[in-house]
Each structure stands twice: as C-alpha cells, then as structure tokens.
Design a protein. Sequence first.
Length: 42
Amino acid sequence: MVINPYQITVVVVGAVLLSLAATLFPSYRASSVKPAEALRYE
C-alpha cells in the first residue's frame, strides 16, 4: 500500500477546515451573549 502525499495533504487540510468550522460557529454564538445573561441560567 502506497500513501500518496496528495492524499495526506487532502486529509490534513480537510481536518483543519472541519475543526475550524466546528469551533468558529459556537464561539461566534458565545460572543453575542452577555456574560450576566449566561450566568443567570447556570
């Protein structure tokens, strides 16, 4: 089995893009919440 450098690049870039998408959306939502309101429901 031969691993092509192109395959490694595609997997790494895909993983980075997926992790960015998974972290940017929740952080964007959290940045719009006021701290006092977030603590009120804790």
